[in-house]
Write a protein of this length. Structure first.
Length: 314
């Protein structure tokens, strides 16, 4: 296998040819990698939309000893041997990232207290780390009515950042896309086709890939805050999907079922709507144990790990 050596913020790593800068940065140090709001590994067309992962390439390769004239999206730029990249060590990158966050928040209603995505929202994390305390935007925010995508998904277009992930789920996963992006520029919005509801067997995955609270699960809507629930890894025998999911419990009640996610917050494997909506009885699942939670996540609050009885502890 051919390898490329790339330097990111002064740290060297060797990765296979064809690896993007973002993938290389995640292999090097996930916590220091560029943020990504539109890229997700399971969708081949994702990436290049949100611009939050922009980085500075100060040296293209051993063959081209020069830098790139502009910042580039790390999720779409493939590494070359000898490439030198600056992420957090570049003032231009951090300034641009702050500007991108301000742009994403221009039309956002900032309704986190009533949003079901609160506590597991990528935009909250991004705004906390790179956002500004004030805004220069003084115009009126755009307003859209709340819509339903079928009988199980609610669309809040006011919260959407147009990452296109849900569109690519419909295109690549379901094979029968029933929605897309209408209009252009600041008028662009997600909408279903005239007279069509999003009702295929894989449609629930749009909720899992959405980085904000634009698409929410109507069966879980306003039932509980995520930090009051217990996320548990579980699996079942399913002929349609992998059958591996996360059960969000309150006592022994299954409030919702979601796909498992990686340490970077990306969906690990898509699940069908039968697993997601129609098997909410705990007896229908084989529970494996508590789902891993990032220690800095608000979901980890009040979730304790008990010592194993009889084990030795220092």
């Amino acid at each position: 296998m051919s390898l490329c050596q790339v330097s990111i913020d002064g740290q060297d790593i060797s990765v296979p040819v064809g690896t993007t800068i973002l993938q290389a940065a995640r292999q090097l140090n996930e916590s220091q990698a560029p943020p990504a709001m539109c890229y997700t590994p399971l969708l081949s067309q994702s990436g290049g939309k949100c611009r939050t992962c922009m980085v500075q390439v100060t040296r293209v390769s051993n063959a081209q000893d020069r830098g790139m004239p502009r910042l580039v999206p790390s999720c779409r730029t493939v590494v070359e041997d000898g490439m030198v990249v600056l992420n957090r060590h570049s003032e231009a990158v951090m300034t641009a990232r702050q500007g991108v966050v301000s742009l994403l928040l221009i039309n956002h209603p900032l309704d986190c207290p009533v949003c079901d995505q609160a506590g597991e929202c990528s935009l909250q994390d991004l705004a906390f780390e790179h956002g500004m305390s004030t805004t220069q935007f003084k115009e009126s925010r755009r307003q859209y009515p709340v819509k339903q995508f079928g009988d199980r998904i609610k669309l809040h277009m006011n919260r959407c950042i147009l990452c296109y992930r849900c569109v690519y789920v419909g295109e690549e996963v379901t094979g029968q896309r029933q929605h897309g992006v209408m209009w252009r520029g600041d008028r662009a919005e997600i909408s279903s086709y005239v007279g069509a509801n999003v009702d295929n067997e894989w449609s629930g995955n749009m909720i899992d890939v959405c980085p904000v609270g634009a698409l929410t699960d109507m069966t879980f809507r306003f039932k509980s805050r995520v930090w009051f629930t217990k996320p548990m890894l579980a699996h079942r025998s399913c002929d349609t999907c992998c059958g591996k999911a996360v059960l969000w419990l309150k006592g022994n009640e299954v409030l919702r079922v979601t796909a498992r996610k990686t340490t970077t917050g990306d969906v690990a494997d898509f699940i069908c709507n039968t697993c997601r909506y129609d098997t909410k009885n705990l007896s229908q699942w084989e529970v494996e144990g508590p789902a891993p939670i990032h220690p800095h996540s608000v979901i980890s609050q009040n979730h304790y790990t008990l010592p194993v009885p009889g084990a030795h502890h220092d």
